[in-house]
Design a protein around this ligand. Structure first.
Ligand code: BJW
Ligand code: ZN
Length: 239
């Protein structure tokens, strides 16, 4: 590493630590190094021939419920075996040092909480819960049908074409417009409305820093794009 980029990194560390109301936005890349595959990566083995974008829809569940439930059962197992990594722990430490920090995640795996973060807003639900596809009553797996209305149970996550949980969405937009620094980690920034959060920050003049090994639609407009992984960058920046 050359002296100039070391100096820039040091400058970034100072800015992040000085932030009074930081917000961290996380996506599937945050969990990749814990062993949970991202959505846009090729899926492995059994599921290689299915496009996650076509499984994560109400239409897929209505047409092929067992296929969708089997995919979720496979992913639930990956999540249960996965462990938070140094990047998750760095964010938990950051919250301990700065209790105003928010983590706003698109992930459904609960990994931030397992690492010790408390102020986590979950935009896309949780894979370890079920809810009724008809009346939205929450249920514990492995029940098969909803006790209240007899409707089919499905993972308590947000599929394409479905609304995000209203309160989480409201909290997320509020946190971002009140933030003095936004850090976007491991998201392709393609899926709405989550992809609008860093846009709102940029429009409000809030500095945005992005950690992602690949460029995204955001990368050439953020204040700093840090090409690399969550577990490599976060402990250096904020732990
Ligand atoms: C690393 C790394 C490492 C790798 N370290 N980084 C046209 C225009 C605009 C919007 C729409 C449109 N057509 C349809 C829409 C709406 C639609 C949408 O946005 N579609 C786009 C694809 C175009 N959105 C919706 O439907 C949303 N609802 C909605 O809009 O409601 C209003 C409405 C309702 C009805 C009618 C009309 C409007 C709902 C979206 C729900 C998304 N759900 C999923 C599944 C969740 C459940 C589950 O887990 O199964 O959420 S899809 C999937 O994408 C999942 C993710 O949370 C989400 C985002 O993905 P993410 O996190 O960015 O992951 P990847 O895989 O895309 O990227 C990983 C990144 O990590 C990459 O960049 C890597 O480089 C990087 N990476 N390793 C750091 N180690
Ligand atoms: Zn029901």
């Amino acid at each position: 590493r050359d002296v100039a980029s070391e100096a820039m990194n040091q400058h970034l560390v100072t800015r992040l630590r000085a932030a009074r109301r930081p917000v961290v936005l996380t996506g599937a890349g945050m969990s990749a190094e814990s062993g949970v595959p991202t959505f846009r990566e090729a899926q492995s083995g059994l599921w290689a021939r299915f496009d996650p974008m076509e499984l994560a829809t109400p239409e897929a569940f209505e047409r092929h419920p067992q296929r969708v439930l089997d995919w979720y059962a496979w992913r639930r197992e990956l999540v249960a075996r996965a462990k938070p990594h140094a990047g998750h722990r760095a964010l938990a430490h950051w919250e301990a040092a700065n209790p105003a920090l928010w983590v706003i995640t698109q992930n459904v795996d609960g990994m931030h909480q397992r690492a010790g973060s408390h102020r986590v807003v979950e935009l896309h639900g949780r894979i370890d819960r079920d809810r009724c596809h008809h009346c939205a009553a929450v249920a514990e797996p492995p029940a098969k049908a909803c006790a209240r209305c007899g409707g089919p149970l499905r993972p308590d996550v947000v599929w394409f074409g479905e609304m995000l949980p209203e309160q989480a969405l409201r909290q997320a937009f509020q946190a971002v417009v009140e933030a003095d620094l936004v850090l976007s980690v491991g998201t392709s920034t393609l899926v709405q409305p989550a992809a609008s959060l860093p846009e709102e920050a940029l429009a409000a003049g809030v500095p945005v820093v992005e950690i992602n090994p690949e460029a995204t639609p955001l990368s050439d407009r953020v204040d700093h794009w840090l090409p690399g992984t969550a577990s490599a960058w976060l402990p250096r920046l904020v732990a």
